[in-house]
Design a protein around this ligand. Structure first.
Ligand SMILES: [Zn+2]
Length: 418
Protein backbone atom coordinates (compact mmCIF):
# COMPACT_ATOMS: atom_id res chain seq x y z
CA UNK A 1 0.00 0.00 0.00
CA UNK A 2 2.66 2.43 1.08
CA UNK A 3 4.65 1.78 -2.12
CA UNK A 4 1.56 2.29 -4.26
CA UNK A 5 0.77 5.52 -2.49
CA UNK A 6 4.33 6.73 -2.97
CA UNK A 7 4.10 6.00 -6.71
CA UNK A 8 0.74 7.77 -6.94
CA UNK A 9 2.17 10.76 -5.10
CA UNK A 10 5.14 10.86 -7.45
CA UNK A 11 2.87 10.61 -10.48
CA UNK A 12 0.72 13.45 -9.15
CA UNK A 13 3.80 15.54 -8.55
CA UNK A 14 5.01 14.80 -12.08
CA UNK A 15 1.61 15.81 -13.44
CA UNK A 16 1.67 19.04 -11.50
CA UNK A 17 5.19 19.82 -12.68
CA UNK A 18 4.51 18.97 -16.31
CA UNK A 19 1.19 20.82 -16.09
CA UNK A 20 3.01 23.95 -15.00
CA UNK A 21 5.60 23.85 -17.73
CA UNK A 22 2.88 23.07 -20.24
CA UNK A 23 1.15 26.28 -19.31
CA UNK A 24 4.36 28.20 -19.65
CA UNK A 25 5.17 26.83 -23.09
CA UNK A 26 1.62 27.30 -24.39
CA UNK A 27 1.81 30.96 -23.52
CA UNK A 28 2.46 33.65 -26.04
CA UNK A 29 6.10 34.62 -26.56
CA UNK A 30 6.42 36.25 -23.17
CA UNK A 31 6.21 33.42 -20.70
CA UNK A 32 4.75 34.08 -17.26
CA UNK A 33 6.91 34.58 -14.23
CA UNK A 34 5.96 31.76 -11.91
CA UNK A 35 7.55 31.82 -8.52
CA UNK A 36 6.97 29.37 -5.75
CA UNK A 37 9.88 29.61 -3.31
CA UNK A 38 10.32 25.90 -3.84
CA UNK A 39 7.79 25.11 -1.15
CA UNK A 40 5.22 23.21 -3.14
CA UNK A 41 5.96 19.82 -1.62
CA UNK A 42 5.67 20.99 2.01
CA UNK A 43 2.12 22.29 1.91
CA UNK A 44 1.12 19.38 -0.29
CA UNK A 45 2.05 17.04 2.53
CA UNK A 46 0.56 19.02 5.36
CA UNK A 47 -2.56 20.32 3.68
CA UNK A 48 -3.80 17.00 2.38
CA UNK A 49 -3.51 14.50 5.20
CA UNK A 50 -6.74 12.83 4.13
CA UNK A 51 -6.44 12.96 0.39
CA UNK A 52 -4.46 9.75 0.01
CA UNK A 53 -5.62 7.97 3.12
CA UNK A 54 -7.19 4.77 1.78
CA UNK A 55 -9.75 2.93 3.80
CA UNK A 56 -8.36 -0.40 5.05
CA UNK A 57 -8.57 -3.11 2.44
CA UNK A 58 -9.07 -0.81 -0.50
CA UNK A 59 -6.74 -1.33 -3.40
CA UNK A 60 -7.33 1.55 -5.73
CA UNK A 61 -9.12 4.88 -5.71
CA UNK A 62 -11.02 4.35 -8.94
CA UNK A 63 -12.59 1.00 -8.08
CA UNK A 64 -14.81 2.38 -5.34
CA UNK A 65 -14.90 6.07 -5.96
CA UNK A 66 -18.68 6.02 -5.93
CA UNK A 67 -19.08 4.34 -2.57
CA UNK A 68 -16.50 6.39 -0.58
CA UNK A 69 -16.55 9.99 -1.70
CA UNK A 70 -12.96 11.21 -1.67
CA UNK A 71 -12.20 14.16 0.53
CA UNK A 72 -11.67 17.11 -1.86
CA UNK A 73 -8.10 18.28 -1.50
CA UNK A 74 -7.50 21.90 -0.56
CA UNK A 75 -4.46 24.08 -0.02
CA UNK A 76 -4.37 27.48 1.61
CA UNK A 77 -2.29 30.61 1.49
CA UNK A 78 -2.49 34.09 2.95
CA UNK A 79 -2.81 37.30 0.91
CA UNK A 80 -1.64 40.55 2.50
CA UNK A 81 -1.55 44.09 1.12
CA UNK A 82 -0.99 47.64 2.31
CA UNK A 83 -1.39 51.07 0.74
CA UNK A 84 0.87 53.85 -0.50
CA UNK A 85 4.56 53.87 0.31
CA UNK A 86 5.72 57.51 0.14
CA UNK A 87 8.88 59.41 0.98
CA UNK A 88 8.55 63.11 1.74
CA UNK A 89 11.66 65.14 2.56
CA UNK A 90 11.07 65.25 6.37
CA UNK A 91 11.37 61.44 6.35
CA UNK A 92 14.99 61.53 5.13
CA UNK A 93 17.26 62.90 7.88
CA UNK A 94 16.14 60.49 10.60
CA UNK A 95 16.67 57.52 8.28
CA UNK A 96 20.22 58.47 7.30
CA UNK A 97 22.95 56.29 8.73
CA UNK A 98 26.10 58.42 8.89
CA UNK A 99 28.41 55.45 9.43
CA UNK A 100 27.39 53.59 6.26
CA UNK A 101 26.33 56.76 4.41
CA UNK A 102 23.14 55.02 3.44
CA UNK A 103 19.46 55.43 4.15
CA UNK A 104 17.98 52.76 6.38
CA UNK A 105 14.19 52.81 6.20
CA UNK A 106 13.68 49.45 7.89
CA UNK A 107 12.59 50.97 11.24
CA UNK A 108 9.51 52.50 9.53
CA UNK A 109 8.17 48.99 9.06
CA UNK A 110 9.58 47.25 12.14
CA UNK A 111 6.30 46.87 14.01
CA UNK A 112 4.21 45.80 11.04
CA UNK A 113 6.86 43.48 9.61
CA UNK A 114 5.33 40.44 11.37
CA UNK A 115 2.00 41.19 9.64
CA UNK A 116 3.59 41.75 6.23
CA UNK A 117 5.65 38.60 6.68
CA UNK A 118 2.55 36.59 7.54
CA UNK A 119 1.46 36.87 3.92
CA UNK A 120 2.44 34.33 1.31
CA UNK A 121 1.85 37.23 -1.04
CA UNK A 122 2.59 40.61 0.50
CA UNK A 123 1.81 43.61 -1.69
CA UNK A 124 2.32 47.41 -1.50
CA UNK A 125 1.97 50.37 -3.87
CA UNK A 126 5.33 52.11 -4.32
CA UNK A 127 4.38 55.73 -4.96
CA UNK A 128 7.91 57.11 -5.43
CA UNK A 129 10.49 56.35 -8.12
CA UNK A 130 13.69 54.88 -6.67
CA UNK A 131 15.91 56.83 -9.05
CA UNK A 132 18.88 57.17 -6.71
CA UNK A 133 21.03 60.11 -5.68
CA UNK A 134 22.15 61.17 -9.16
CA UNK A 135 18.59 62.12 -10.03
CA UNK A 136 18.38 64.18 -6.80
CA UNK A 137 16.15 63.26 -3.89
CA UNK A 138 12.92 65.25 -3.87
CA UNK A 139 9.50 65.10 -2.26
CA UNK A 140 6.15 66.39 -3.44
CA UNK A 141 5.20 67.12 -6.20
CA UNK A 142 7.90 65.27 -8.21
CA UNK A 143 9.28 62.49 -6.07
CA UNK A 144 12.58 60.68 -6.25
CA UNK A 145 13.91 58.35 -3.57
CA UNK A 146 16.87 56.09 -2.73
CA UNK A 147 16.97 52.46 -3.84
CA UNK A 148 17.40 51.57 -0.16
CA UNK A 149 13.59 51.72 0.09
CA UNK A 150 13.42 48.49 -1.93
CA UNK A 151 15.67 46.84 0.61
CA UNK A 152 13.54 48.02 3.53
CA UNK A 153 10.38 46.70 1.85
CA UNK A 154 12.02 43.36 1.24
CA UNK A 155 13.33 43.16 4.82
CA UNK A 156 9.87 43.92 6.21
CA UNK A 157 8.26 41.01 4.37
CA UNK A 158 6.92 42.66 1.21
CA UNK A 159 7.21 40.37 -1.81
CA UNK A 160 5.23 42.13 -4.55
CA UNK A 161 5.24 45.80 -5.53
CA UNK A 162 2.72 47.66 -7.68
CA UNK A 163 4.52 50.48 -9.52
CA UNK A 164 1.70 52.01 -11.58
CA UNK A 165 0.65 55.34 -10.06
CA UNK A 166 0.53 59.05 -10.78
CA UNK A 167 4.17 59.42 -9.68
CA UNK A 168 5.57 56.59 -11.85
CA UNK A 169 7.04 59.09 -14.32
CA UNK A 170 8.28 61.72 -11.84
CA UNK A 171 11.80 60.96 -13.14
CA UNK A 172 10.66 59.89 -16.60
CA UNK A 173 12.01 56.72 -18.20
CA UNK A 174 15.26 56.72 -16.19
CA UNK A 175 13.22 56.70 -12.99
CA UNK A 176 11.17 53.74 -14.20
CA UNK A 177 14.29 51.80 -15.20
CA UNK A 178 16.16 52.47 -11.96
CA UNK A 179 13.12 51.67 -9.81
CA UNK A 180 12.69 48.30 -11.44
CA UNK A 181 16.42 47.61 -11.15
CA UNK A 182 16.26 48.39 -7.42
CA UNK A 183 13.24 46.11 -6.90
CA UNK A 184 14.78 43.38 -9.01
CA UNK A 185 18.03 43.57 -7.00
CA UNK A 186 15.99 42.69 -3.90
CA UNK A 187 14.16 39.84 -5.61
CA UNK A 188 10.84 41.69 -5.43
CA UNK A 189 8.15 40.94 -7.99
CA UNK A 190 6.70 44.04 -9.67
CA UNK A 191 3.98 45.08 -12.09
CA UNK A 192 2.63 48.36 -13.43
CA UNK A 193 5.70 49.87 -15.08
CA UNK A 194 8.09 48.27 -17.54
CA UNK A 195 11.36 48.79 -19.37
CA UNK A 196 10.20 47.21 -22.62
CA UNK A 197 7.06 46.03 -24.35
CA UNK A 198 8.11 42.44 -23.65
CA UNK A 199 8.37 43.18 -19.94
CA UNK A 200 4.97 44.92 -19.95
CA UNK A 201 3.40 41.92 -21.69
CA UNK A 202 4.88 39.42 -19.27
CA UNK A 203 2.24 37.70 -17.15
CA UNK A 204 3.10 37.93 -13.47
CA UNK A 205 1.97 34.83 -11.62
CA UNK A 206 3.25 34.05 -8.15
CA UNK A 207 2.60 30.55 -6.85
CA UNK A 208 2.30 29.74 -3.16
CA UNK A 209 1.13 26.42 -1.73
CA UNK A 210 0.00 25.31 -5.19
CA UNK A 211 -2.12 28.44 -5.61
CA UNK A 212 -1.22 30.70 -8.50
CA UNK A 213 -1.97 34.38 -8.05
CA UNK A 214 -1.95 36.56 -11.13
CA UNK A 215 -1.06 40.18 -10.51
CA UNK A 216 -1.93 43.30 -12.53
CA UNK A 217 -1.47 47.02 -11.74
CA UNK A 218 -2.82 50.16 -13.40
CA UNK A 219 -3.03 53.89 -12.75
CA UNK A 220 -5.55 56.53 -13.83
CA UNK A 221 -2.71 58.80 -15.00
CA UNK A 222 0.78 60.22 -14.48
CA UNK A 223 0.14 63.77 -13.22
CA UNK A 224 0.37 65.23 -16.68
CA UNK A 225 3.82 63.80 -17.44
CA UNK A 226 3.45 62.56 -20.98
CA UNK A 227 4.12 58.92 -21.74
CA UNK A 228 6.34 58.90 -24.86
CA UNK A 229 4.28 57.76 -27.85
CA UNK A 230 6.91 55.20 -28.82
CA UNK A 231 7.14 53.82 -25.25
CA UNK A 232 3.57 53.20 -24.12
CA UNK A 233 4.81 50.23 -22.07
CA UNK A 234 6.47 52.48 -19.44
CA UNK A 235 3.27 52.74 -17.35
CA UNK A 236 0.07 50.69 -17.42
CA UNK A 237 -2.84 53.08 -17.67
CA UNK A 238 -6.42 52.20 -16.82
CA UNK A 239 -7.92 51.02 -20.11
CA UNK A 240 -10.96 48.87 -19.55
CA UNK A 241 -10.80 46.76 -22.71
CA UNK A 242 -7.10 46.11 -22.16
CA UNK A 243 -7.66 45.20 -18.51
CA UNK A 244 -10.40 42.71 -19.33
CA UNK A 245 -8.09 41.21 -21.95
CA UNK A 246 -5.18 41.05 -19.45
CA UNK A 247 -7.40 39.24 -16.92
CA UNK A 248 -8.38 36.70 -19.59
CA UNK A 249 -4.76 36.16 -20.57
CA UNK A 250 -3.67 35.65 -16.96
CA UNK A 251 -6.41 33.04 -16.53
CA UNK A 252 -5.30 31.17 -19.62
CA UNK A 253 -1.71 31.39 -18.38
CA UNK A 254 -2.82 29.38 -15.35
CA UNK A 255 -3.67 31.95 -12.67
CA UNK A 256 -6.06 30.48 -10.07
CA UNK A 257 -7.04 33.93 -8.88
CA UNK A 258 -6.22 37.50 -9.85
CA UNK A 259 -5.32 40.61 -7.90
CA UNK A 260 -5.68 43.93 -9.70
CA UNK A 261 -3.88 46.85 -8.04
CA UNK A 262 -5.75 49.99 -9.04
CA UNK A 263 -4.45 53.50 -8.48
CA UNK A 264 -7.71 55.38 -8.70
CA UNK A 265 -10.31 57.50 -6.96
CA UNK A 266 -10.35 61.00 -5.56
CA UNK A 267 -7.74 62.19 -3.08
CA UNK A 268 -8.86 62.60 0.55
CA UNK A 269 -12.38 61.25 -0.06
CA UNK A 270 -13.53 58.78 2.61
CA UNK A 271 -15.98 57.04 0.30
CA UNK A 272 -15.31 55.57 -3.14
CA UNK A 273 -16.60 57.55 -6.09
CA UNK A 274 -19.26 56.09 -8.35
CA UNK A 275 -16.59 55.65 -10.99
CA UNK A 276 -14.37 53.66 -8.60
CA UNK A 277 -17.32 51.42 -7.77
CA UNK A 278 -18.32 50.90 -11.38
CA UNK A 279 -14.79 50.01 -12.53
CA UNK A 280 -14.02 47.73 -9.58
CA UNK A 281 -17.29 45.83 -10.03
CA UNK A 282 -16.69 45.51 -13.75
CA UNK A 283 -13.24 43.97 -13.21
CA UNK A 284 -14.57 41.49 -10.63
CA UNK A 285 -17.24 40.50 -13.14
CA UNK A 286 -14.52 40.10 -15.78
CA UNK A 287 -12.70 37.56 -13.60
CA UNK A 288 -10.63 39.55 -11.10
CA UNK A 289 -10.86 38.33 -7.50
CA UNK A 290 -9.30 41.09 -5.42
CA UNK A 291 -9.12 44.80 -6.25
CA UNK A 292 -6.30 46.39 -4.25
CA UNK A 293 -7.06 50.10 -4.38
CA UNK A 294 -4.83 53.06 -3.60
CA UNK A 295 -4.37 56.77 -4.32
CA UNK A 296 -6.93 58.67 -2.15
CA UNK A 297 -4.29 58.74 0.69
CA UNK A 298 -7.04 57.94 3.17
CA UNK A 299 -8.75 54.68 4.02
CA UNK A 300 -11.97 53.88 2.16
CA UNK A 301 -14.40 50.99 2.83
CA UNK A 302 -14.13 47.50 1.44
CA UNK A 303 -16.82 45.47 -0.23
CA UNK A 304 -17.56 41.80 -0.81
CA UNK A 305 -19.04 41.15 -4.23
CA UNK A 306 -20.90 38.11 -5.52
CA UNK A 307 -19.75 36.86 -8.89
CA UNK A 308 -19.70 33.57 -10.79
CA UNK A 309 -17.15 31.34 -12.48
CA UNK A 310 -17.60 30.64 -16.17
CA UNK A 311 -19.39 27.39 -15.28
CA UNK A 312 -21.88 29.29 -13.12
CA UNK A 313 -20.39 28.35 -9.75
CA UNK A 314 -20.71 31.25 -7.32
CA UNK A 315 -17.55 33.01 -6.21
CA UNK A 316 -16.86 36.03 -4.09
CA UNK A 317 -14.67 38.98 -5.01
CA UNK A 318 -13.19 41.50 -2.61
CA UNK A 319 -12.84 45.21 -3.40
CA UNK A 320 -10.50 47.26 -1.22
CA UNK A 321 -11.26 50.75 -2.50
CA UNK A 322 -8.35 52.49 -0.82
CA UNK A 323 -5.86 51.27 1.75
CA UNK A 324 -4.70 54.81 2.51
CA UNK A 325 -1.14 55.85 3.24
CA UNK A 326 1.03 53.05 4.53
CA UNK A 327 3.98 55.35 5.20
CA UNK A 328 4.24 59.07 4.47
CA UNK A 329 4.75 62.44 6.13
CA UNK A 330 1.13 63.41 5.55
CA UNK A 331 -0.69 64.23 8.79
CA UNK A 332 -4.20 65.08 9.88
CA UNK A 333 -7.65 64.33 8.44
CA UNK A 334 -6.81 60.61 8.57
CA UNK A 335 -3.90 60.93 6.12
CA UNK A 336 -1.64 59.42 8.80
CA UNK A 337 -3.77 56.26 8.92
CA UNK A 338 -3.77 53.27 6.61
CA UNK A 339 -4.96 49.70 6.57
CA UNK A 340 -3.29 46.38 5.92
CA UNK A 341 -5.65 43.71 4.61
CA UNK A 342 -5.20 40.03 5.23
CA UNK A 343 -7.28 37.50 3.28
CA UNK A 344 -7.23 33.72 3.42
CA UNK A 345 -7.17 32.01 0.05
CA UNK A 346 -8.27 28.40 -0.27
CA UNK A 347 -7.94 26.38 -3.44
CA UNK A 348 -10.25 23.44 -4.01
CA UNK A 349 -8.14 21.20 -6.16
CA UNK A 350 -11.03 19.11 -7.49
CA UNK A 351 -12.73 22.09 -9.15
CA UNK A 352 -9.73 24.42 -9.28
CA UNK A 353 -11.93 27.05 -7.65
CA UNK A 354 -10.72 29.60 -5.15
CA UNK A 355 -12.42 30.70 -1.98
CA UNK A 356 -11.57 33.98 -0.27
CA UNK A 357 -12.34 34.10 3.45
CA UNK A 358 -11.48 35.80 6.74
CA UNK A 359 -11.09 39.24 5.17
CA UNK A 360 -9.31 41.07 7.95
CA UNK A 361 -8.65 44.82 7.93
CA UNK A 362 -5.76 45.81 10.21
CA UNK A 363 -5.76 49.62 10.59
CA UNK A 364 -2.35 51.26 10.98
CA UNK A 365 -1.11 54.67 12.10
CA UNK A 366 2.17 56.43 11.38
CA UNK A 367 3.72 57.53 14.63
CA UNK A 368 5.93 60.57 13.92
CA UNK A 369 8.20 61.83 16.69
CA UNK A 370 11.43 63.74 17.13
CA UNK A 371 14.62 62.00 18.16
CA UNK A 372 18.09 63.60 18.22
CA UNK A 373 16.79 66.57 16.27
CA UNK A 374 15.18 64.68 13.40
CA UNK A 375 11.89 62.96 12.80
CA UNK A 376 11.33 59.27 13.21
CA UNK A 377 8.40 57.40 11.68
CA UNK A 378 6.94 54.09 12.84
CA UNK A 379 3.94 52.35 11.29
CA UNK A 380 1.94 50.96 14.21
CA UNK A 381 -0.81 48.34 14.05
CA UNK A 382 -3.54 50.37 15.71
CA UNK A 383 -5.52 47.75 17.57
CA UNK A 384 -2.41 46.09 18.98
CA UNK A 385 -0.95 49.46 19.99
CA UNK A 386 -4.17 50.33 21.80
CA UNK A 387 -4.37 47.06 23.66
CA UNK A 388 -0.70 46.97 24.68
CA UNK A 389 -0.33 50.67 25.51
CA UNK A 390 3.43 50.29 25.69
CA UNK A 391 4.56 52.46 22.77
CA UNK A 392 7.30 54.85 23.92
CA UNK A 393 6.42 58.51 23.46
CA UNK A 394 2.63 58.13 23.43
CA UNK A 395 0.65 59.85 26.18
CA UNK A 396 -2.72 58.80 27.54
CA UNK A 397 -4.16 61.70 25.55
CA UNK A 398 -2.58 60.22 22.40
CA UNK A 399 -4.13 56.85 23.16
CA UNK A 400 -7.50 58.49 23.68
CA UNK A 401 -7.29 60.14 20.26
CA UNK A 402 -6.09 56.96 18.62
CA UNK A 403 -8.93 55.05 20.20
CA UNK A 404 -11.55 57.39 18.75
CA UNK A 405 -9.80 57.41 15.33
CA UNK A 406 -9.75 53.64 15.37
CA UNK A 407 -13.50 53.55 15.99
CA UNK A 408 -14.09 55.92 13.06
CA UNK A 409 -11.91 53.80 10.79
CA UNK A 410 -13.51 50.56 11.91
CA UNK A 411 -16.98 51.92 11.13
CA UNK A 412 -15.88 53.37 7.81
CA UNK A 413 -14.12 50.20 6.68
CA UNK A 414 -17.20 48.06 7.27
CA UNK A 415 -19.76 50.56 5.98
CA UNK A 416 -20.24 48.85 2.60
CA UNK A 417 -20.65 45.33 3.88
CA UNK A 418 -24.00 43.59 3.26
ZN1 LIG B 1 -1.36 58.55 -6.05
Amino acid sequence: MRAIRAVVALLMLALVVSGCSGLVSQERPSSPIVQDNGDTTGPDNEASPDADKDTPGSDSDSSHASESPTQPRTTEAVWVAAGDVMLHMPQYPGAYDKASKRYVFDPFFEQVAPILSSGDWSIVNLEVPLGGKELEYTGYPMFNAPPEMAEALKNSGVTIVGTANNHSLDRKETGVVRTLEALEAQGLVFKGTARSQAEADQAVIVEKNEIKMGFLAYTYGTNGVRIPADKPYLVSLIDEDQMVEDIKQLKSAGADFITVALHFGIEYQFTPSEEQQRLAHKLIEAGADIIAGSHPHVVQPYELVDAVYEDGTPRQGVILYSMGNFISNQRGDFKDFGVIFRIHVTKHHDSGHIELSQVEPIPTWVHKYKENGSYQYRILPLEQTLSERSQPGLSSQDYKQLESSWKVLDTRLGSMLN
